[in-house]
Design a binder for this molecule. Sequence first.
Ligand SMILES: *[C@@H]1O[C@H](CO)[C@@H](O)[C@H](O)[C@H]1NC(C)=O
Ligand SMILES: *[C@@H]1O[C@H](CO)[C@@H](O)[C@H](O)[C@H]1NC(C)=O
Ligand SMILES: *[C@@H]1O[C@H](CO)[C@@H](O)[C@H](O)[C@H]1NC(C)=O
Length: 377
Amino acid sequence: MAPWRLPVLPVALVWGWVLASSSPSTVAPPRDLQITDPGLLGSLDVQWKPPPHEQTFNECSVKYKLEYRSSGDRDWKVIFTRKLKFRVGFDLSRTAEVRVQTLLKGRCTGDVEVQSDWISATFQAAPQGKLESEVQNFHCIYHDWEYLKCTWQPGLLTPRGVHYELYYWYEGLDRTVQCDRYIREHGINVGCVLQNLSQAEYRDLNVCVNGSAAATLLRPLYTTLRLHNLAKPSAPEQLRLSVSAAGELLVAWSPPGGRVPQHCLEYEVQVAEDAGEAAAAWAFVSTQMETALTISRTNQSHISCVRVRGRTNIFCADQGFWSEWTQNCFSVSRKEDKQLFILIPIILSLSISLIIFMLIGQCKKRSPAGKQTSVGH
Ligand SMILES: *[C@@H]1O[C@H](CO)[C@@H](O)[C@H](O)[C@H]1NC(C)=O
Ligand SMILES: *[C@@H]1O[C@H](CO)[C@@H](O)[C@H](O)[C@H]1NC(C)=O
Ligand SMILES: *[C@@H]1O[C@H](CO)[C@@H](O)[C@H](O)[C@H]1NC(C)=O
């Protein structure tokens, strides 16, 4: 027997009681929550100080739960961190809302997580210009993963001599950069083409279109782009159609060129039969990642037209734009046609022979009459 085991229970009880009595059942929130704007068009620095007496939580770890959103958003975005500073993205045209709480867990709390109250802060960029002076219909497309083209229209309130500029920033640039290739219309910048953005893929690309007019302040437009969700590939290439021995339509194509990662594409295939190219009645066939397909031809039609387009698939993006269509038609001669093809020469030669026979017959009838006539003279 092991007599030393006997006192174990009381000791454990006493130890447990000591632990429980010293466990903080509450913890203070962090202090001095601040939001500052480093001038990166939407990325704001959020920082705070640890709760007082943090160092007294022996054998416990302190973490923070940071929640943030732009006013009007329904959901908070959540970050768990041990750090005291975080840079997060907001829509600067709305109020930035942030709240932080302390999370304490470990032996000092009996391994139960203790949460503090929230500490909150907001940030509002100094409002500038009338709302109607903001540019409208701002759209961007990331063509072939090679260049980003953004366009906009002047605001409803367009003072004389208005001048728009586009600035952008993404993590990795030390400061905001201005567009260096504007699209102009009637002397006004209404778009911008940005190249060499591969470093900004799968990151937040902060964009601002602001402007000035002689005596008026214009409302800047702020937005955060995700390039991979704005991608539009070129149309698929080399669409090839043929017919198998079993009469099925074999379709194959090549992915578009450019920087588009091929594993990031999916294709939609449509077919139209016998409709001609003008008013084709396109029927959906398939959405797929492979670049070949076999279509059974139910209608035994003369002409089958196939068109294919591509876009980024769900493994690479949440959304994207369809490419233009690539189209090709294939004319198939029917079985009856083939029979007709053999029949036509036969019928033709038969008819010709018949005509020749008849002509010969006519000549033979006429010749005796001719002789009679000549004899008669
Ligand atoms: C593209 O960007 C990289 C840095 O991201 C730079 O080193 C390079 O010179 C740029 N190329 C062009 C053609 O602008
Ligand atoms: C537009 O924004 C950029 C970047 O923040 C800034 O440098 C520039 O002064 C602004 N222009 C106007 C007219 O507000
Ligand atoms: C086959 O033809 C019928 C009518 O002629 C048409 O409604 C149908 O869509 C065609 N099927 C295909 C796959 O084109």
